[in-house]
Ligand binder design. Structure first.
Ligand SMILES: [Zn+2]
Length: 262
């Protein structure tokens, strides 16, 4: 059984130093365009290079304030990864659909392969963010919109009862960038042992990979343990997505409405 890597892109400008934290906060909570000279998503670009070096494909989720630069879309940079929508405005099905359409039209012709939820229920994180975490609703919305909700935000720890998928839905995952007490925290070796029996989802935030040496260390130890034990990494491929891509005749891209992307 393989490991599945989920990458949530939360920070527009990273969080490795004060400058990055301030720029990210302004864009998340107020307004600031995506400015490449200010190193917008530079940490994500470096993380994608790292994944390419490791030959790992992932599910990569972008918020409306962390959407990839236009020249990444349909480029080598994101090639082979599945691109998802990191949902924020989940107050109602209507607000969700509006945000999904905004993100989908920006990413076109790349199809949004699935969505997940930003935040786990307590804090308001950004001006468009609705904090409540309601996975049962999202699973329904996935069926209604045809954009599936594969991954819940629960944490896999030593006492976790459910590690495997329930009808194609993974309620929990191993968080590389959270630290639990020693009697709860799974070690990279334990995660890999579990992945020999069940598909195991692993989450990382690129900003934390570069801001926190321990997160980077956890990631590297997990990669080594997986490699030593011949446990592969995979992505969940949706046949509908392949049909979409096959049917696509590479039409001219509509000019995105940048005013709505923030
Ligand atoms: Zn998030």
């Amino acid at each position: 059984m393989p490991l599945i890597l989920r990458v949530d892109v939360d920070k527009p400008y990273g969080r490795a130093n004060l400058r990055e934290k301030v720029l990210s906060k302004i864009r998340e909570d107020y307004w600031l365009p995506a400015i490449s000279s200010l190193r917008y998503l530079e940490h994500v670009r470096k993380f994608l290079v790292f994944l390419a070096d490791m030959d790992i494909k992932a599910h990569i989720y972008f918020r409306r304030c962390t959407l990839p630069p236009r020249d990444w879309i349909n480029s080598e940079m994101l090639n082979g990864h599945l691109i998802g929508y990191h949902a924020e405005d989940t107050r109602t099905l209507e607000t969700f659909k509006k945000e999904l359409e905004l993100v989908q039209s920006y990413l076109f012709p790349v199809k949004v392969s699935s969505f997940n939820k930003h935040g786990s229920g307590k804090q308001k994180l950004g001006r468009h963010h609705y904090p409540d975490y309601e996975p049962h609703k999202y699973r329904e919305w996935g069926k209604i919109t045809g954009v599936p909700f594969y991954f819940g935000n629960n944490e896999l720890v030593k006492r976790s009862a459910t590690l495997s998928a329930e009808n194609g839905y993974y309620p929990g995952m191993f968080w590389l960038d959270r630290r639990r007490s020693d009697n709860e925290q799974l070690t990279p070796q334990e995660v890999v042992e579990e992945a020999k029996r069940n598909n195991v989802v692993v989450i990382i935030h690129p900003a934390n990979f570069f801001a926190d040496k321990q997160v980077e260390g956890n990631m590297r130890r997990l990669l080594s343990a997986a490699s030593d034990n011949n446990v592969p990494w995979t992505i969940i491929n949706d046949p509908g997505l392949e049909a979409f891509n096959d049917a696509l005749q590479r039409p001219a891209r509509p000019e995105p409405d940048y005013s709505q992307i923030s």
